[in-house]
Design a protein around this ligand. Structure first.
Ligand SMILES: C[S@@+](CC[C@H](N)C(=O)[O-])C[C@H]1O[C@@H](n2cnc3c(N)ncnc32)[C@H](O)[C@@H]1O
Length: 221
């Protein structure tokens, strides 16, 4: 961890900014973000078919991989996260649910995803934790791992779409750091996704939350 206590040596920001807060993540997100409905919309958008291989970038406590597997039990689902502590929470949750999901620990560039081996990538509430260069590097790795025509589905913060969303997102941007969240809140996410090699980048919808506007994007490898 660095001197601020917030960024780890290998460059990632823990789910709630500080390791000590990680055990509170599920409760906070469930209460503040209408999590089930918000994530179900992402899963539905991805149209996951039997036999597909699906990666969740920054799977955190495993809520999204669990939903993916329940929506499509015949998919092979891989959760990737750089934080060993949060993967421990995910593993316990998946084991308790009796659900078979592969978890890989590390930056997505390091976990050995073979080129052209993936049909869908989903990622939720992760990219606003990454700098612009880290976003492009992670997405470029996933572009290479996707088969041609495979799809990326992203849920994350976007530009406020009304005055209320501008007001509520201000404290969140301060807490999470302007340098990492600016691409999201300034509307540069489509450009970042395209820079990583994706085509047909499209905004698919948005929702109001207590932290600001959440946006759904899709793109094709
Ligand atoms: C705010 S949490 C989101 C967790 C989950 N996707 C969700 O929607 O609740 C962000 C997660 O991304 C992980 N993360 C951040 N940077 C990462 C990277 N470069 N590679 C893999 N995981 C990363 C963090 O460890 C954390 O678990």
């Amino acid at each position: 961890m660095d001197a601020t206590g917030k960024t780890h040596r290998h460059g990632f920001v823990p789910a709630l900014g500080y390791d000590l807060l990680t055990p509170l993540y599920d409760t906070l997100v469930a209460v503040t973000l209408n999590e089930r409905a918000v994530k179900q919309q992402l899963v539905a958008q991805a149209r996951i078919a039997p036999g597909m291989t699906v990666v969740d970038l920054g799977c955190g406590t495993g809520t999204l991989v669990l939903m993916i597997k329940r929506a499509q039990p015949a998919a092979h689902v891989i959760g990737v996260d750089v934080d060993a502590k949060i993967l421990g929470i995910a593993r316990a949750k998946l084991d308790a649910a009796g659900v078979d999901v592969e978890l890989r620990e590390g930056l997505v560039q390091e976990v050995g995803l073979a080129p052209g081996s993936i049909d869908r990538v989903l990622t939720s509430l992760v990219l606003h934790h990454l700098t612009s260069d880290e976003k492009v590097a992670a997405l470029h790795t996933l572009h290479t791992a996707l088969r041609p025509g495979g799809e990326l589905h992203v849920l994350d913060f976007g530009p406020p779409h009304n005055v209320l969303m501008s007001l509520v997102s201000a404290p969140f941007r301060f807490f999470d750091g302007h340098s990492r969240t600016d691409d999201n809140f300034s509307g540069r996410m489509p450009e970042i996704i395209a820079r990583a090699g994706f085509r047909d980048v499209a905004e698919r919808g948005h929702r109001m939350t207590v932290f600001g506007t959440l946006v759904y994007w899709s793109a094709v490898a």
